[in-house]
Design a protein around this ligand. Structure first.
Ligand code: SF4
Length: 483
């Protein structure tokens, strides 16, 4: 019988079924993208740097929990200043503590996180570790969170990388609550029989959704935009999980009612203003897309952790709807911060007149960021911002296709409107992975010349696909409003 780990326990708090699936090992492993892998590695690196703060600390490296727990017990009776990955097991509950710091008043429990924000869910994380370690008899003097400091800059010492926040009081309060439900969680997760999954709001973002309560449901009520907890509860209370089953007269917002009507009649919605809004586009038009990179530990000087650095762009220039006359692109040299060069190339590649078509407000945000960074280019960059037309906003206001499934992201609209064009099978197929691939180039993870060249080509291909997708979407929308 497997132990109830922290992951099992914390997930079971929200969904007992998920807790049971994780404890029994029946939960399918999610497919990891390059972006997921990079985030995981960044977390591991932050953990490694945190351990550097205690040069004489002792690492409990054992994967086997029983031997790790034995080594931890031995270490707790030694004069080591800190223990890393200390393991605790009691009555079927297990946990590992990132850092245990030896203090006069007892052991200080430290949870290391690779983010910069002090998030509420970290309290549960720390409370679980406290609860299990305490039940093993550990004398705990305090609990703190170690986050990445926004003030860190490349070249600073490791201790400047972290911001430490004492959470002892909040954790103690939460431990009292967890102690009450601890046995209940244990019973549920250790039951022989699988509990029944229950549809809850959290299912919307659960990796298991499509193989669990969302299985076989094409138009789930989660496709309704901005579905509130109250409206969700009402629908579920009436046994309604498919949009097709929502009765006429059910209280929905205008956007939700639009999605419902399109799904129920199987036809697209075309707003009256679609033609007028598309007609505001001035030619030649420049379809623009940026890719950016964001790392926990900055790779270049004078950059804060998690700064979003633009690293590449693609521009399709069209003389009219669907008529591509040129493709322009830029990919930074990963060896250094190329934002100045990127800004100058962008000004050259976007010309001085004609609409700049972007998908979302992201491109405008990047251009504004560059304008703030380079005051001498500010006027010219701000002028670019004034030419931006947000194609996604036009779609959101004026068009809906039953196959959008509640989303107007390009990954949802493209397959619905443009046949034969998708991101499936691309080596780099999502923004997170593009960010990770560039970071790996900058970190020298990819170093063989042919490997570097392949990654660069994949990055260019992905960004180009985004702007070509916009050209095609624009063409389709124009067809829709043709008299
Ligand atoms: S989809 Fe919902 S019920 Fe199923 S495991 Fe996820 S949270 Fe639990």
């Amino acid at each position: 019988m497997r132990n109830v780990s922290k992951n099992v326990f914390l997930n079971a708090l929200t969904c007992p079924f998920l807790g049971w699936m994780l404890r029994t090992g029946e939960a399918p492993k999610p497919r990891l993208t390059l972006g997921d892998r990079f985030r995981f590695e960044q977390g591991r690196e932050i953990g490694r740097r945190a351990r550097m703060l205690y040069p004489d600390g002792l690492m409990v490296a054992d994967v086997n929990l029983s031997s790790a727990a034995r080594k931890t017990t031995d270490a707790l009776h030694s004069p080591v200043p800190a223990i890393f990955e200390g393991a605790f097991m009691k009555d079927g509950f297990v946990t590992r503590a990132d850092v245990l710091e030896q203090k006069a008043e007892g052991w200080h429990l430290i949870e290391v996180k690779s983010g910069t924000n002090n998030r509420a869910e970290y309290i549960d994380d720390m409370a679980h570790t406290y609860m299990v370690a305490d039940s093993c008899g550990l004398k705990i003097g305090g609990v703190s969170l170690l986050l990445v400091s926004r003030d860190f800059r490349l070249g600073m010492a490791d201790d400047a990388l972290f911001a430490r926040i004492d959470h002892t009081d909040e954790v103690l309060a939460r431990v009292e609550e967890l102690e009450i439900i601890r046995r209940e969680i244990e019973e549920i997760t250790r039951a022989e029989e699988k509990p029944q999954p229950q549809l809850i709001m959290e299912c919307r973002h659960c990796d298991l959704f499509r193989s669990c309560v969302g299985k076989g449901i094409k138009n789930h009520i989660f496709d309704l935009p901005r579905l509130s907890q109250a409206r969700f509860g009402e629908l579920v209370a009436h046994g309604i999980v498919r949009i097709e089953d929502i009765p006429d007269g059910f209280d929905l917002t205008e956007n939700q009612a639009r999605v419902k009507d399109c799904v129920q009649c199987g036809e697209s919605y075309v707003g009256e203003e679609l033609r007028t809004e598309l007609a505001t586009i001035e030619w030649p038009a420049y379809y623009l897309d940026f890719e950016t990179m964001m790392t926990a530990i900055p790779l270049y000087p004078d950059i804060a952790p998690y700064t979003q650095l633009p690293t590449q762009y693609s521009v399709h220039v069209c003389s009219d709807v669907g008529r591509v006359i040129e493709h322009r692109e830029y990919l930074a040299d990963p060896a250094g911060d190329c934002r100045r060069e990127l800004a100058e190339c962008l000004l050259r590649d976007l010309g001085e007149q004609g609409s700049i078509i972007a998908y979302s407000s992201f491109e405008n945000g990047v251009i504004n960021g560059l304008a703030q960074l380079f005051p001498d280019l500010s006027d010219a960059l701000c002028a670019l911002g004034e030419r931006i037309v947000d194609l996604e906003a036009i779609i959101r206001r004026n068009y809906y296709h039953p196959e959008f499934h509640g989303s107007t992201s390009i990954k949802a609209t493209l397959p619905a409107l443009v046949s034969g064009m998708s991101y499936k099978g691309m080596e780099i197929g999502e923004g997170d992975s593009a960010s990770a691939a560039f970071a790996y180039l900058a970190m020298g993870t990819y170093w063989k010349p042919d490997e570097v060249e392949t990654v660069k080509q994949n990055l260019l291909k992905y960004c180009k696909q985004d702007t070509l997708a916009m050209v095609k979407l624009h063409e389709k929308l124009t067809d829709v409003v043709k008299p």
